[in-house]
Design a protein around this ligand. Sequence first.
Ligand SMILES: [Zn+2]
Length: 351
Amino acid sequence: MSLKSLIIKSSPYLVHTGIHNLTGLFYRGIGHILNFHRIIPKQARQRIHQNSMYELTPDYFSDIVDYFVKKKYIFPKLTELQDLLRTGSKQKFVIFTFDDGYRDNLEFAYPILKKFNIPMTIYCVVNFIERKSLLWWNILEDVILKHKTLKLKLNNIDNTFNCNNFSEKADTFRRIHNFLNDEQSPDFEENIGNICKFINKNPYEYTSELILSKEDLIEVFNEELIEIGSHSVSHKNLSKLSEIDARYEITESKTYLEQLCNKPINHFAYPYGSRRHAGSREFEYANQAGYQTAVTTRQANIFNEHSKHLFALPRIEITSHWERFGAKKTLDYLIGLNPMIYNKFQKFVTK
Ligand SMILES: [Zn+2]
């Protein structure tokens, strides 16, 4: 069993023990950068868990915000982080970040944050804004939910997938998702094309419906509380790209967003962001591209020492898996014990 699945399996017990309070002193750092994807009401949710785990309800999100407000955290902009780490802060801080540029960030998360004057950073992907990339995981889910059997060619091999009941559908989703996870594979485009044959609308409509448009972003740039960051051109696993291609993803997305909105883009989020997806090489490229900060998805808190590692900032990801525990228990655990287990007792996490 992998460490990650062990953590997920044991979390219901650990969350209830209160043991996480003991780790607070050592692992909680001076602040946290939280990582979200979508905030949407339950009825609008996708139904296969692997897809919907990145979707939180506005109520739960609101409870998360309340948790930090009640604990008297401060809410700096990401742009203020560098100074804050250098000069130090008596109060703990938390920064809210959102990946991929979903429309619901503005519709459901922003009003909740605005009530408390809390800033947010939204990391956008150029090809999503340009409607040139597909949200294939949403298309795949729709196809599976609508079919009982799926005859699908993947990597030029004919497959038959059973989708008779929910557990078969979830299993099929997982299996096909694993197949498609390598977007750099030579068969990727054809595989996606085969899935799109099952839908009767333009597959790019999914991107248009769910992701912020150019016009939205131009408006967003005038909002005092919202910072836009880059999340690359095409959301590829940067570590698998050549130097030229990886640098292009990091630099070109900055230029594109700056030209779109006529403002500097200072922050970058590595696509996927785990150790398999971004490391020292990518951190250096982000630094050289002229960003102020770049965030990963290593699950850890921020310490003063991160002032020297601004291109390898860890975050705390909150998925719907935790919703059933309520915000307080979730956060006590996710910013205390979880980073300790996840990073095998390493406190200060960069690489
Ligand atoms: Zn992403």
